[in-house]
Write a protein that binds this ligand. Structure first.
Ligand code: HEC
Length: 170
């Protein structure tokens, strides 16, 4: 009995550690992004001056220099993120370069996060459609985004900063 509890705790830990990019997505880690820092939401390593813009800060940390609180509901709850007390940010799934990709989340789960560089979202998304997708999970084609994409509680000014950052991604 004890052994199986230990094994399941281990499985959760391994599951979280395995949240990783597939090798073929060729993720690069951009400036200010430290492997093992932001990903686990440990709150370490992010100095106030680490980001060039508020949009970049939101993308990487889901905190805003405005002091507004950004929260989310949903997301891949079974992956162990919640249990580990981790805080998700856009970067956790869409990657430091915005290109998304397939993640293996351990425990046989795979998630496909979309490429959300602004130029790729064009012409489908304008600011309002982007807001509806991020806040309500509403796809411009009228369908709902998969529950792996969290529903974010984020204000319009912070969204505008986020869009400005997505526009800088090559
Ligand atoms: C836990 C993982 C996760 C996090 C964190 C996350 N997303 Fe997503 N996102 C996804 C997945 C998966 C999809 C694709 C959903 C689908 O196919 O229905 C998606 C889709 C999207 C889309 C729709 C793209 C399209 O072409 O339809 C937008 C826009 C988006 N995310 C923006 C964001 C923003 C902005 C943030 C940060 C505030 C964020 N996401 C955080 C997983 C995530």
């Amino acid at each position: 009995m004890k052994k199986s509890i230990a094994a399941s705790i281990l499985a959760v830990v391994v599951g979280v550690v395995l949240i990783s990019w597939d090798a073929d997505t060729q993720m690069g880690y951009g400036p200010g992004y430290g492997r093992g820092q932001g990903m686990m939401g440990g709150g370490t390593g992010w100095g106030a001056g680490s980001f060039r813009s508020n949009g970049e800060r939101i993308y990487f940390t889901s905190t805003s220099e405005r002091g507004t609180v950004i929260t989310y509901a949903g997301g891949p709850a079974s992956s162990g993120w919640m249990m580990m007390g981790g805080q998700l940010a856009c970067v956790s799934c869409h990657g430091p370069d915005g290109r998304g990709g397939r993640h293996s989340m351990g425990m046989m789960q795979v998630m496909d996060a979309k490429d959300i560089r602004w130029k790729v979202l064009q012409p489908e998304f304008d600011a309002e459609k982007f807001r509806l997708a991020v806040v309500k999970g509403q796809d411009p084609d009228g369908t709902q985004l998969k529950p792996d994409m969290p529903r974010w509680n984020i204000g319009k000014a912070d969204l505008a900063d986020l869009i400005a950052f997505l526009k800088t991604l090559p």
